[in-house]
Structures are given as C-alpha cells and as structure tokens.
Ligand binder design. Structure first.
Ligand code: NDP
Length: 470
C-alpha cells in the first residue's frame, strides 16, 4: 500500500508539535494539521499568556510593598488592560511563528485546516476536501473548557478561551470553580484591580492538593481581597442594564461584568471522525490508549489532553516525544507518570511534587510530617500579612521523602528542583545533610529538623477490616 505521508498529526499543540518534529528528525515524512493557531492551548490561551498576566498582576503587590523599603510614588500607578492584551498578543504571535518555523525547518508540512479521520489510514483536510493517506495517524487535539453547571443564561459566561482578550477589563468578575484555572485567574484579576468573587461547589479550593496548601491558599486569596463562596454555585444568570445578574444557591443575587466558568476541561474528540475508524473512547470522550499511546486501531495513536491521562503540557510533550521515539526512532519508551512536579500560579504560588499527607497516610504504615510556616523575609519590611508554608511528607520506615509542598514565592521554581530529589528517592537525611543557601526561603527545606507529627496505621482488629490513623 502506498501512503502520502508516514505520519499525519492532528493538532498543533504541545504534544503534536513535539511528535511531528521528532518523527521528522528520524526521517519520517510528516504532515501536521492545525485549525486555529500553531502552539495549542498552552501557547495561545493557556500557560504562556496566563504566566504573562501573572507577572502583570504581581506589580500590584510590588507597588504596595515598595513603601516599606523607602519608595514612594508621586502618582498612583495606573494599569491599562488593552496595553497588556496587545503585549501578550505580540509575544504569543512570536512564539506561534517559532513553532511553525521549527516544524518547517524539520521538514514537516503544515496544513492550516481542520482534519477529520475517514478511516484507519485516511484523513480529510476540511479546508479543501483533500484526502491524505497516512501510514500512521496521531491525534493530539487537546481539550476544551466545559461550560458547567449548565444553568439558564450559561451562554453569557466566558471560559479561559475568552478571558485573555476581553475588549474591556471586567471590574466585577465572578469565577466559578475551585481548580487550577479558577484560583489562578481569581488571583490575577484581583491584583489587576477587579472585584473578584470565587464560587465553587466544594468546601475548599484545589481538591486533591495537600490540605495545608489548600487552607494556606484560601487565606492568601482572602488577603488579595477575593470574596470566597464555598459550597455555593450559580443557579441562573440574566443580562441586565447594570451587568450580569447571577442568582446563587444561597438565594442571593449578585451583579458582575463577566462570569468566568472554570469547572474543568474535556477531551477534544468531537467531530474528529474517530468513529469512522472505530477508535475507542471512554465515558468522558477521552481516547483510550496504552502505555505507548496506542489506540485500539493499530495505525492510530493519541497523546496529550485528548487522552485525559495527566493534563499538563510537559506531560503531553513527553508523550509526543516518546511516541515518535518508539514509532520512528527504533526505541521503546513509555512515559513515567509518578512524581510529576507541578505549580499553581496564584500569588503566592503553590509548588508541589509527590504525595500529599492524605495520600501517603492511605498507603504507608508510618508517615512523618515536617512543616514550617513563616513570614517571608521581604514581608518583614513590606508589612504584607502573607505566610510561606513548607511541608515534607516522609515514609517513617525508610526515611524516603514521599512529597514536598510549598505555598510561597517562586514555589514553582522550587518544585522543579525538588522533583529531581524526589524522583531520585532522596531521604529526609539527604535533605538534612544538604547545606542551606542563606538567606533564602528554600533553605527551610533543609533545616526543618523537628518532626511535627507521626501517623501510624492502627493494627487491623480481627474482623474489623478497617485501618485508622492514630
Ligand atoms: P480542575 O479539574 O482543576 O478544576 C475543576 C473545578 O471545577 C473543581 O473545583 C471542580 O470541583 C469544579 N467542577 C467540576 N465540575 C463541576 C460542575 N459540574 N459544577 C460545578 N463545579 C464543577 O479544572 P480546571 O478547569 O481548573 O483546569 C483544567 C486542567 O487544566 C487541570 O486539570 C490542569 O491539569 C490544567 N491546568 C494546569 C495548570 C497548571 O499547571 N498551573 C493551570 C491551568 C490548568 P470539585 O473539586 O468539587 O470536583
């Protein structure tokens, strides 16, 4: 059978671009289709613009903190939203072009169109109806925001796709959800000058994170002036002359300029033609794959958020790279998903790697907790009320560090380096033996000597069948 290309990649985001480039480097003929802008969610309307907005927002703290260090401003600093949007746009356009150029340099053909799978080896380019025969097809179409809860008036809400480019700065912003996206945007917009309300269905933000981080962040969000409504969700939304009137489950009605819904993302599999080739998906629409990103159809593969494994850009990149190495580079590489360091870019940030206290206590017989909570040095003169929290979770039997969690400035940067130590199975004794860098916040990680708590699983009572922490 003859093919037009060795590999056809659907989706020009982090995972797809990496796979295309590496496969081409191994000599494969590769075509990649992207219907929107090269770079995908992370570059165009995710991690990258978000981090730029985080930087913008932190000047608010800097201007305030500066007074404690002798600075004064003759006039109050003024923030201009259109200037930030334009500067962001310039930067992501530059990055998108770099992505396209790198692909072209690697010999990858780029087609700017939506692509649909026709059968196990055929893809149709929707722009002109051209059909491409491909030996292998990689689906890397990412995810899309869900607009839930589906209340009356949901069409007036915006998602993280729209918030970056709002024509007007939202003075009154409601954020629905308590996950990564919700807390990050709440933190950003509160600093840029919006009156932010954060409403979510649970008791606290960031379900699944270590409890000390969740509680600490909630306090910091309050310091930033964010109104927090736990266990509260909107029940209806109406556009009125004075703004968007939102009724809530607490029977209150509050009025906003914009309502951002951040209640999760869903794999982007609709309209891809997966059913034409019989590709299996799970109940949320994610493409089912094995450890080598293979679907149930021998010629079709999938990487990144569309597979709903660990929905993070560096993971998609790893999966794309491993796919190309395995399918075109004569290697056999499976991605390892344990101990993935991650950061939440609130102010202050959360940086985390490994197990939370709760996870560790559910698995290990003896768990030791080391914890420090302190005012960062800068706050002594600035007068800022914030606290840095650091926590180390240790296997009490082997002394291995199971998890490290930080709420504080540059916690994301620290998490990246801690990821190496945790992956190398460093022990608490290794941390203790490491010389401190003084004066830093991070030195606390190697100077925390006093165990704060030890949890031992209760021995199983005959017939009881349950485990209780002492
Ligand atoms: P998350 O899964 O992190 O959070 C979703 C939030 O919405 C949770 O608070 C959840 O509540 C709530 N929720 C879910 N469904 C409903 C519903 N039907 N009604 C009301 N509330 C609901 O999703 P995000 O949208 O914040 O982020 C999507 C993904 O993007 C994340 O999984 C993350 O991997 C990635 N991301 C990573 C970032 C980073 O690395 N810094 C930044 C931004 C995104 P509950 O907890 O009760 O389930």
């Amino acid at each position: 059978m003859t093919y037009d290309v060795d590999l056809f990649v659907i989706g020009g985001g982090s995972g797809g671009v990496r796979a295309a480039r590496i496969a081409a480097g191994y000599g494969a003929s590769v075509m990649i289709a992207e219907e929107y802008r090269m770079g995908g969610t992370c570059v165009i309307r995710g991690c990258v613009p978000k981090k730029l907005y985080v930087y913008a927002s932190r000047f608010a703290d800097d201007f305030q903190d500066a007074a404690g260090f002798g600075w004064s401003f003759p006039e109050k600093p003024v923030f201009d939203w259109p200037s930030l949007v334009a500067a962001k746009e310039k930067e992501i356009s530059r990055l998108s072009l770099i992505y396209a150029n790198n692909l072209a340099k690697a010999g990858v053909q780029i087609v700017e169109t939506r692509a649909e799978i026709i059968d196990a080896n055929t893809v149709e380019l929707k722009r002109d109806g051209r059909r491409i025969r491909a030996k292998k097809i990689l689906v890397a179409t990412g995810g899309t925001p869900v607009l839930e809860p589906a209340i009356p008036g949901v069409e007036h809400m915006i998602s993280s796709n729209e918030i970056f480019d709002l024509p007007e700065f939202p003075r009154r912003l409601l954020v629905i959800g308590g996950g990564y996206i919700a807390v990050e945007f709440a933190s950003v917009f509160a600093r840029l000058g919006a009156k932010v309300t954060l409403a979510f269905r649970g008791e606290n933000v960031l379900r699944g994170f270590d409890e000390d981080m969740r509680e600490g962040l909630r306090v910091e969000l309050r310091h930033a002036g964010i109104a927090i409504l736990p266990a509260t969700l909107p029940t209806g939304l109406d556009r009125r002359a004075d703004g968007l009137a939102v009724t809530f489950s607490d029977d209150e009605t509050r009025v906003f300029d914009q309502v951002l819904v951040a209640t999760g993302r869903r794999p982007h599999t609709q309209g891809l033609g997966l059913e034409n080739a019989g590709v299996a998906v799970d109940q949320v629409g994610a493409i089912k794959v094995d450890a080598r990103s293979r679907t149930n159809v021998a010629s079709i593969f999938a990487v990144g958020d569309v597979t709903n494994r660990v929905n993070l850009t560096p993971v998609a990149i790893r999966e794309g790279h491993a796919f190309a190495d395995t399918q075109f580079g004569g290697k056999d590489i499976a991605v390892v998903y344990t101990d993935i360091a991650t950061a939440v870019f609130t102010t202050p940030e959360i940086g985390t790697v490994g197990m939370s206290e709760a996870e560790a206590r559910a698995i290990f017989d003896i768990v030791d907790i080391y914890r420090a909570s302190f005012r960062p040095m800068k706050a002594t003169l600035s007068g800022h009320p914030e606290k840095t929290i650091m926590k180390i979770v240790v296997d009490g039997q082997t002394d291995q560090v199971l998890g490290v969690h930080i709420l504080g400035h540059e916690a994301g940067e620290m998490a990246q380096l801690l990821g190496i130590a945790v992956r190398m199975k460093a022990t608490k004794a290794d941390f203790d033996a490491t010389m401190a860098v003084h004066p830093t916040a991070a030195e606390e990680l190697v100077t925390m000597r006093t165990r704060q708590a030890r949890y031992e699983k209760a021995p199983l009572m005959a017939g009881a069948g349950s485990i209780a922490a002492l």
